[in-house]
Write a protein that binds this ligand. Sequence first.
Ligand code: FE2
Length: 407
Amino acid sequence: MYNLIKKEGNMALIGMKRRDHYEVIVVCIICILFPLFSISINFVERLHNYFRVHSTPIVAEYLINFVFLYLVGLLYLTYRRWKKAEKKRQELEHVIANINPDAIIVVDPDRNITMCNPSIQRIFGHSVDAILNKKTDFLYLDRRRNPQKSREIYEVLEKEGFHIGLATGKKANGGTVPLEIITWGLSDNGGAVLLLRDIGDRIGAEKALRESLKKLQKTLNGTVTALATTGEMRDPYTAGHQRRVAQLACAIAAEMGFSEDRIEGIQVMGFLHDIGKIVVPSEILSKPSKLTDYEFNMIKAHSQAGYDILKGIEFPWPVAQGAYQHHERLNGSGYPSKLKGDDILEEAKILSVADVVEAMASHRPYRPGLGIDKALEEITKNKGILYDLDIAEACLKLFRERGFEFQ
Ligand SMILES: [Fe+2]
């Protein structure tokens, strides 16, 4: 159906045979130019006769020369404009064909490649001649062979006019190349124009970014753990408290369907929620007897102190607020700001439940551990009053149905 008719450098166009074109051009000249020429001669002759009859011969000559020169000038200007536009078009074609790093191919309705630019060589290692008239399968490993995938692509093309997808390209040397393919449907013959972009560099950059993020995450985790450990070194009786609170808080968040990122934030908040105890004298933290009101007020100051320490660090989560609010209670009976209900951060509500359960279950300087049953009894008794109902239910479910244990 198609034959190679034009080749400029590496750019190739496919279409009708060259001989067919000549025939069409000759027919056009005969059909259009000859009658136009006859009409023009006839018109000039009539004009000449008109002026010969109605005016003096000098005026007639002058007018006819003027009209003739005007027409010649108009023709010249039109030609100049056409030439300029043609030059612009050729420059644009040159840019698209030679400077664009992406491969551009045109396919007919049978998916035969009818046109392509030289970038095909850079991406696939195939010459332009090697891929012309080949099916697009010649270039891909995994696209189009899947009828379901092909149907999907055609449906999107029909609806949106273009489709963006990914594929693995086959290189001439047997290697592969990751591709992004943008397809535009051609309305006239059902074919399409495809832009094939080598995304190997982009995938490499994304991988490097992910690795760098992972390293950063490791550094952050190390810093958070170091901070938490420093705080707990002054309060050996509660050593491990923050880690265990983080463990339970994360389990509650997961049970409630929180996103991975939010759970990560809750883990950091758990690790650091008591960091403010660093400002409380260690004699008070480890006092084996009941605390006086003054001493208890000093301990209460750890929420504000934790906030002050953490507010300067730009975490992607509200870590400082978590430390500030983890002793607030749903009914406003907590400290330091007596916040109520929705004014308390959801993460802080989770921390408060995990904090109470861990603290009651574990040994304290002034009392032995009360055990997990006593802790769960407290949560059951005050769910919906001191503790958020959904969070309390999730916590109880973890211990009673999911077999959660502190590690
Ligand atoms: Fe605390």
